[in-house]
Write a protein that binds this ligand. Structure first.
Ligand SMILES: Cc1cc2nc3c(=O)[nH]c(=O)nc-3n(C[C@H](O)[C@H](O)[C@H](O)COP(=O)(O)OP(=O)(O)OC[C@H]3O[C@@H](n4cnc5c(N)ncnc54)[C@H](O)[C@@H]3O)c2cc1C
Length: 399
């Protein structure tokens, strides 16, 4: 006799992907029994999620800031300003997203978010998938696994950011986001500042580096400190810290797939290889997955990357790997040579053939042509999964 399942779907990890799906299923009332397992006992303000969208959309109630202008600049301070009529760069505070998803889940009798629980081994068994947890085991019909896992990647984007506040206004314009500021590169790779002004006296300032291996948080923090001193921000109060390592261009997984288990979120292919943006892609996946579950077809993984985009991103990342010292030049060429709307479409998965043509014609051809037929090159999987450090280590709140 087949044993009774404890849940139709168990979601491992209540981060962005797990909570987005669970909250959507809670709102849309699939009638299925869903369990989310999350080791954190409480959520903190550990992420700043940004993306380009028109002003009104289904998550606009969570957007706490939006900007009409975003800039790119080099180390000499030469700045390129971008705007797209009808689009803004929008910011959702991590804590607002978590609170909203938790409230949706709390309304549902079918969705159960279990905090303080860690998923351990997962195995296919007769009748479903057995999940061993830090507090007993569960039998599920299907499992979605969004836990970070070590994987080969073409490049790593390592970053750390501080939310800063002070009595007197900052010198930068609160109406403009610095998307890539003080862009520079050397043999190790690209580095730049990312600044989200949250008001005249409050801002998030992040320091990012691209490289073929993850970069230690302590080193990034010390480099960010130097930049803050240079910007006259050393005296600002540090409200909180955030950061992580994003794996760009994932290699094939060596672990064999487990029947009934799908991977989602960053480690399921949610991150755009060439950019590290994942928020909107996770929203789209959660919508498709919810529709499929409600239609009785079971859960879905992330859709496969269309061939043109996959190929373009591979060539781009390979050119960056082959000539890390030229990376700042590539990004500045894109900022100067591609119309803002086309660049946003490219970063947001909506590029048209003419956008690709413009992007190609603005980049130096030789280093990119050299990579067209070259096989993809990956760095070995790091000992710790990329994507994120453990949430508690990643978020330090200083008040
Ligand atoms: C600081 C930061 C800022 C970012 N900003 C942006 C942005 O502005 N725009 C954008 O598009 N993308 C951004 N990203 C990229 C991407 O959107 C995020 O990484 C996003 O959180 C990915 O969602 P996820 O569910 O895959 O991973 P996570 O949100 O990290 O969720 C994974 C979950 O798994 C849980 N977990 C770990 N181990 C276990 C276990 N054993 N059992 C059960 N659960 C476990 C973790 O606690 C965590 O909650 C950012 C990433 C980071 C790190």
């Amino acid at each position: 006799m087949t044993p009774a399942v404890d849940a139709d779907l168990v979601i491992l990890g209540g981060g962005l992907a797990g909570l987005t799906l669970a909250a959507r299923l809670a709102r849309e009332g699939s009638g299925r029994r869903i369990v989310v397992l999350e080791p954190r006992t409480a959520y903190q303000d550990d992420r700043s999620w940004c993306f380009w969208r028109p002003e009104q959309h289904d998550l606009s109630h969570l957007v706490s800031r939006s900007w009409k202008t975003w800039t790119f600049s080099d180390e000499m301070g030469v700045s390129i300003r971008h705007q797209v009529p009808g689009l803004t760069y929008q910011y959702i505070r991590g804590s607002d997203f978590y609170a909203s998803a938790q409230a949706d889940i709390a309304e549902s009798a079918h969705v159960d978010l279990r905090l303080g629980l860690r998923a351990e081994t997962v195995a296919a068994v007769p009748g479903g998938v057995r999940v061993e947890t830090s507090a007993g085991s569960l039998l599920a019909r299907q499992v979605i696994d969004s836990r970070p896992r070590a994987a080969q990647a073409m490049l790593y984007q390592s970053f750390v950011g501080l939310e800063l506040e002070r009595e007197h206004p900052f010198s930068f314009d609160p109406r403009e986001v610095t998307l890539m500021g003080s862009l520079a590169a050397d043999a190790e790779g690209l580095r730049f500042l990312y600044t989200l002004p949250l008001g005249p006296n409050r801002a998030i300032v992040e320091w990012t580096r691209f490289g073929t291996a993850p970069i230690a948080r302590e080193r990034l923090l010390s480099e960010l400190d130097e930049r803050l001193t240079g910007l006259g921000l050393a005296d600002a109060r540090r409200v909180r810290t955030e950061g992580g390592v994003l794996a760009m261009g994932l290699g094939r997984q060596t672990a064999p797939p487990i029947p009934g288990v799908l991977h989602a979120g960053n480690t399921g292919g949610a991150l755009r290889a060439a950019s590290g943006y994942g928020f909107l892609r996770i929203q789209r996946w959660a919508q498709l997955c919810t529709e499929s579950l409600i239609a009785g077809r079971g859960a879905l993984g992330h859709p496969a990357e269309p061939r043109v985009r996959r190929t373009f991103d591979r060539i781009f990342l390979q050119a960056v790997r082959a000539h890390p010292e030229r990376t700042a030049e590539y990004f500045l060429a894109l900022a100067r040579g591609v119309a803002p709307a086309a660049l946003v479409r490219f970063l947001s998965d909506g590029a048209r053939p003419a956008d690709y043509a413009r992007i190609i014609s603005s980049l130096p051809w030789t280093p990119f042509l050299a990579q067209v037929a070259a096989p993809a090159a990956f760095s070995p999987a790091p000992a710790r999964p990329a994507t994120t450090q453990t949430p508690t280590a990643e978020t330090s709140v200083q008040r």
